[in-house]
Design a protein around this ligand. Structure first.
Ligand code: C5P
Length: 275
């Protein structure tokens, strides 16, 4: 039996380049895994069984873990079955990539149990059919992601720092936020320049999805302002929201209807999963 931590992610910068004819958006984003984890327990078994600590999550193939199992089984030459238990800790509709991370962790774990028939690149290719962020979660934890998110340039681990994640009770669905985007209104930014600044140790943080999320849920703007007024240097929406990540040597104030957790950047080594 394998017990695997499945991390959340944040987007240190996220530039929307354009809307594509297939309906997806071309983006450039520096993504980083953080020490907020779901846990998957996986073992080979005579038949499939999937259980989840969160009774509100679907346990059919609309759950990305089950979709991942179906995809890797189809790609594998021999039939197999697994028991998977998913212990949820990462909030949903938060922009933290919890579901995508669970799918990536399931792919990695099943591949281990099968004796590693697939390379990481093959797992990433299977993952990209499950969701745009899934390949990132098969990286080593820091990557510049382009295309719809599935084209990865690995980046050396960044200096670890403490981060507060602040999550309002309300959630937002990713397609809903993308459909509220006003691409013509986005500030001009060069993600290649942003990447150079990261390498120079002078990172800049921005998220082109933030204004769209604020339009859908105006309370998010108030929460951001409250956190900045508390002394954080950076407060930025995670992906399509609704969680924020906050940088600075401050403890977040109590904000009604939010939960806060302190995490740090984490990376995995090449042949191991997250610990
Ligand atoms: O790839 P994934 O299934 O996670 O995407 C969910 C939805 O988010 C897509 O159906 C699309 O509406 C939106 N999306 C997008 N551009 C991206 C990634 C996601 O428009 N690069």
């Amino acid at each position: 039996m394998l017990t695997l931590h499945s991390p959340a992610k944040i987007n240190l910068f996220l530039k929307i380049v354009k809307k594509r004819p297939d309906g997806y958006h071309e983006l450039a984003s520096l993504m980083q895994t953080i020490s907020l984890f779901d846990t998957l327990r996986i073992r080979l078994a005579p038949q499939d069984r999937f259980t989840c600590s969160d009774p509100y999550l679907p346990t059919d193939s609309t759950n990305l873990v089950i979709a991942a199992l179906h995809k890797i089984r189809k790609a594998h030459s021999q039939d197999f079955h697994v028991h998977i238990h998913l212990e949820k800790q990462i909030p949903v509709q938060a922009g933290l990539g919890g579901g995508s991370g669970d799918a990536a962790t399931a792919l990695w774990g099943i591949n281990q149990l099968l004796g590693q028939p697939f390379s990481i690149e093959q797992l990433q290719s299977i993952g990209s059919t499950l969701g745009s962020d899934v390949p990132f979660f098969l990286s080593e934890g820091t990557a510049h992601c382009r295309g719809r998110g599935e084209i990865l340039q690995p980046i050396s681990p960044l200096q670890s720092q403490e981060v507060w994640i602040v999550k309002p009770l309300e959630g937002l669905s990713t397609p809903h936020v993308y459909s509220a985007l006003e691409i013509d209104q986005l500030p001009p930014r060069d993600p290649e320049e942003s990447l150079k600044k990261v390498e120079l140790g002078e990172p800049e943080y921005y998220n082109d999805l933030e204004e769209a999320a604020f339009r859908l849920l105006p309370r998010l703007r108030e929460i951001k302002e409250t956190l900045l007024a508390a002394g954080f240097k950076t407060v930025l929406l995670c992906g399509s929201g609704t969680a924020f990540f906050c940088l600075g040597d401050v403890t977040p104030p109590h904000i009604v209807g939010t939960a806060a957790i302190k995490v740090k950047f984490i990376n995995r080594s090449a042949n191991r999963w997250y610990e």
